[in-house]
Ligand binder design. Structure first.
Ligand code: 13P
Ligand code: SF4
Length: 317
């Protein structure tokens, strides 16, 4: 007989203890998964938590590139992903063979890749970044340094704009954020004139232009907490509303979904993980992220460089 949600939760907690597992969850996960996670964070914080984890098993409730990053940073740990199909449109937009050819066209360039890419792309990169550290990492590099930025042309374009750099951009997008329309935001802004617009840098340039604050999932949460405003227009994936409301019960959040013409704010990949799959994954200890030692070694170098630089720059502790 199928278990109800409460029974599933009890079983997950029991198995987690029995198997010395830790559950890491991204802010875009379903709220019931965030509730059960030992740690919920943005890509940067989750990578750091994975590196520091001392558990025997990491169950990564997020998408594939995040679980892969956890395995790269902590290879002796068994890393599980509740649904192996939980991919990412940005990672899909950048295939290793094509990227290697692109890199060859720009021989004197350093390669910075957004963490939303495969291990193969990481292995072809000099430095990894997340939306939480991209601007500071780029600013810390010598001005004359030529840079290829992959795979997100929106995040890369935004960093070019704020830093005045001319990084060469790979032409990839997050299909969820790129589809969010500035017009929809402006219509909501007309209805809620006092609400600041907060957006993730994966959104398209027209939308970013009308945003009052642009930042990673964690940065958006910090902005809301510190703001005097009582209402916010949120241009990012809806999973984060759970944490926004939890941290700010007295504040109100308007999403693009509230503009009836637009319902483009769910990441189908993030939502593949469910309580049932999390339970089965802990019970069966699969699907497991498996990688060759060579790939782990090659992809680790630019990620560790990112974490070391982030510490030096005071972005993380
Ligand atoms: P953050 O690093 O801001 O959490 O973003 C991850 C992501 O996939 C955004 O779409
Ligand atoms: Fe990838 Fe976009 Fe989903 Fe984030 S929201 S995991 S960038 S597809």
């Amino acid at each position: 007989m199928a278990m109800n949600d409460n029974e599933l939760k009890q079983e997950i907690l029991r198995l987690k203890k029995e198997k010395n597992a830790v559950i890491l969850g991204h802010y875009y996960q379903r709220h019931e998964i965030q509730e059960l996670s030992d740690y919920v964070g943005d890509s940067l914080a989750l990578a750091q938590k994975a590196q520091e984890a001392t558990a025997d098993i990491i169950v990564f409730c997020g998408v594939h590139f995040m679980a892969e990053t956890a395995k790269i940073l902590n290879p002796q740990c068994k890393v599980l992903l509740p649904d192996m199909e939980a991919s990412c449109s940005l990672a899909e937009s950048c295939k290793a063979e094509e990227f290697a050819a692109f890199k060859k066209e720009h021989p004197d360039h350093m390669v910075i890749s957004y963490v939303n890419c495969s291990a193969e792309i990481k292995a072809l990169s000099d430095l990894i970044c997340t939306s939480g550290n991209a601007e500071k990492l780029v600013r810390s590099l010598p001005e004359e340094q030529k840079i290829i930025f992959a795979p997100d042309r929106n995040l890369g374009g935004y960093i070019n704009q704020v830093t005045g750099r001319k990084m060469v951009l790979w032409n990839g997008v997050c299909t969820v954020h790129d589809a969010m329309q500035a017009e929809a935001v402006l219509m909501l802004k007309a209805e809620h004139p006092d609400a600041p617009v907060i957006a993730h840098p994966e959104c398209n340039p027209a939308l970013l232009k009308v945003a009052d604050f642009i930042g990673s999932t964690k940065a958006m949460l910090n902005y809301i907490k510190a703001s005097e405003a009582k209402k916010f227009i949120v241009a990012t994936e809806t999973g984060i509303l759970y944490e926004m409301k939890r941290e700010n019960p007295d504040k109100e959040f308007v999403t693009l979904r509230d503009n009836k013409s637009c319902a483009c704010d769910d990441c189908a990949y993030m939502k593949l993980n469910t309580l049932e799959k999390l339970y089965r994954c802990l019970r069966d200890e699969q699907p497991e992220i498996l990688m060759s030692a060579e790939m782990i070694e090659a992809a680790k170098r630019p990620i560790v460089r990112m974490l070391d630089m982030s510490k030096q720059l005071g972005i993380i502790k």
